[in-house]
Ligand binder design. Sequence first.
Ligand code: NAD
Ligand code: TYD
Length: 338
Amino acid sequence: MTYLITGGAGFIGGNFIHHMLSAHPDDKIVCYDALTYAGNLETLAPVMSNPNFAFVHGDITDRATVNAAFETHRPDVAVNFAAESHVDRSIDNPGLFLQTNVIGTQILMDACRKYGIKRYHQVSTDEVYGDLPLERPDLLFTEETPPHTSSPYSASKAAADLLALAYHRTYKLPVTISRCSNNYGPYHFPEKLIPLMIVNALNDKALPVYGRGENVRDWLYVSDHCKAIDLIVQKGGIGEVYNIGGHNEMRNIDVVKLILKELGKPESLVTYVTDRAGHDLRYAIDPAKISRELGWLPETSFADGIKLTINWYLENRSWWERVITGEYLSYYAAHYNN
Ligand code: NAD
Ligand code: TYD
């Protein structure tokens, strides 16, 4: 089997490539990535010389390059991780999110139709469901919860999901979709909450917490997400949507204080800053369907996962020190100085 993994130089796609090459050593993996600010070839350095791995530098919105990759590699399965993924950046530049996340998905699925594919998997997010009230812990997102988006990012991801389901119904494209909660773990770009707080704490810099830090996210260790996607691609029902999450809801401020405690840094580093516009209050996934139908269960607790993650950032300083330069510094100054 040959897998085309788009966005494989990013956080989850990179972890997925490492997972696939070790879990399926006889299969071929082709990574297709535009290497935006969020893509990092160092994440793939450990597999670059693997004969079952190939890297293609390309944009999913560039039809000619996408088609050329399909012509050359003839993938059996395509898994689409490629996306603009940061809510704050979507507030500054919604057009880029629509272009990559919606039009890019369309172009990829067109190539799947043109060249034929056994599976197209769309990596989506729980953010397509909008948010839940803080005072109703009994409410969870199920696959039947209607899309109800808040940010340009989540709207673009929901649009891509609807398009994937339309391609399944209209053209019989063999589509599956997964909607996962917030991930954390190695190779996470330090613009997102957990790696940003680890990196700032290690540098004794202020930890910018939006609003009062009471928003709730449902955290899943990245390798559990990768195993779930692998399972869906192998055994999931065509045309089906699967929620992925580990019932691990935490307030942002509690995550931040835990990181400080693990690193032995003072809570005085916490700085409350202006809230995000349209900030979703709470995400909470009901993963009953994937557990019941495919036997998936998360394996890494948050207590273990956060220690593994912090250790990874301690042991891989050169990975993140090279990332927090150039474009990152201008983004950081523009975003947090406002
Ligand atoms: P990321 O921002 O770390 O990586 C995105 C990757 O896509 C980068 O390698 C980037 O270079 C590449 N890319 C961006 N635009 C591209 C384009 N036009 N053509 C080709 N490649 C392009 O993102 P991530 O956190 O790894 O998220 C991966 C996917 O998982 C996304 O679709 C995201 O919506 C989804 N998701 C993320 C989370 C999370 O917590 N991070 C949770 C659920 C779902
Ligand atoms: P983030 O990692 O951007 O993911 P999400 O897509 O869920 O918004 O943010 C996670 C939570 O952390 C979210 O409620 C916003 C908050 N947050 C901060 O408080 N400060 C920050 O600097 C960032 C990046 C996020």
